[in-house]
Design a protein around this ligand. Sequence first.
Ligand code: AMP
Ligand code: ZN
Length: 473
Amino acid sequence: MKLYNTLTREREEFRTHEPGVCRMYTCGPTVYHFAHIGNLRSYIMEDVLEKYLRYGGLDVKRVMNITDVGHLSSDADTGEDKMLKGAKREHKTVMEIAKFYTDAFFEDCKKLNIRRPDTVQPATGCIDEFITMVQGLIDKGYAYVAEGNVYFDTSKLDEYYVFNKHDVEDLEVGVREGVEEDTAKKNKSDFVLWFTKSKFEDQELKWDSPWGIGYPGWHIECSAISLKCLGEYLDLHCGGIDNAFPHHTNEIAQSEAYIGHKWCPHWVHVLHLNTTSGKMSKSKGEFLTVSLLEEKGYDPLVYRFFCLQSHYRKSLVFSYEGLDNAALAFRKLIEKIASVKDEGELDAAGFEKLKAGFVEAMDNDLNTSLGITALYDVLKADVNGKTKLALIADFDSVLSLSLIEKAEEMRNAEPAAPALDESKIAWIEGLIAERAAAKAEKNYARADEIRAELTAAGVTLKDSKEGTTYTVE
Ligand code: AMP
Ligand code: ZN
């Protein structure tokens, strides 16, 4: 399989250190709030990658951390711990917040058919490992104590800016507006391994350490958890593109300094999901969660389908129009599958030929949108129903859209409702006109409300330049 590697900036043949086994690490969520659908885009694409590697015969050992301490509001090690912020917002303890949002995250994953990684490790469960690693880095001369904190000394490395090639501008990436810079660092790019000094006196979670009572930095958790659970040779490390710098750059620096050799040869980053007005946010604008989509009448798997229709290395803009188009296409796809009759004997040659189309797409840097095209090719192909259904189930072991189950549900559903009566048509069209007027007045809340009302009544809207059309269940 050819897979783009952010480290070398090339599409490379994906290989593993130990034949047949893939050690895969994924940065997990910071559990201070619900995941937004942007976060979940990264997890969906990583899930498809994991499943495709398994499909190709690899024994994937996948580990994910849960960040429940140490991720500050600025990625440049300043500001307040995000967990503490979440706890204050909801008048709860940090551990209550962590438990609630970890569960909520895995609930969302379940709805999106995202497989739970083999090992899920909360950071607060590995404090001893962090302390051992920080001490090791001090002993080897890669870390120093200044004004109470322990810092990684980036000047000790031959190369530091792995993902951004000495671009000083990028050093500013993690510094958010209104957050002061840390003056204790020897070099601008040094980062905190262990905090004891915090301007937030009420930091709730603290542990004893050789450097005083404190808490770990965010970056050390992924290095230490990965080394603990997957050993010194990792094959694949994934995350959203914002993690590349400084988080992954720092992970590489400290892991390789600690183990004394190269650590992970292949890095995959998922580009962001943005809104039409820019960056997706948990605090500004509409907080887009899986539950919100459900409230608006969308099946979460429609969102998965929406994500799979685009390439993970292109940023994707979210809009309800885009999601409606995906909903319509998904429904038509299920209808087509539901109409395939399970007849005939499996045609092995036909199966292999059509499977090759799917494999070619996915081998090409995980081209999921062409992978979906391969599904349509199956439906159009000149093979019997049994072979078609076997191929669809086979591809869906990777795509995870519950295609066979949904087609079965559709087949077993109540027969179609009789033709619409005049009054229902008038009601639908009246609401569509009211929605157009609301949109013209920029009253998007009302427009969304109308859409939700229609969706609940089984009416799906489709907007285009020519106006709005609808279908009724
Ligand atoms: P966090 O919970 O903030 O630690 O982020 C969890 C994951 O979501 C990380 O891998 C981020 O890189 C990723 N992520 C954050 N924002 C987006 C976005 N808008 N689109 C895709 N992935 C994102
Ligand atoms: Zn990480």
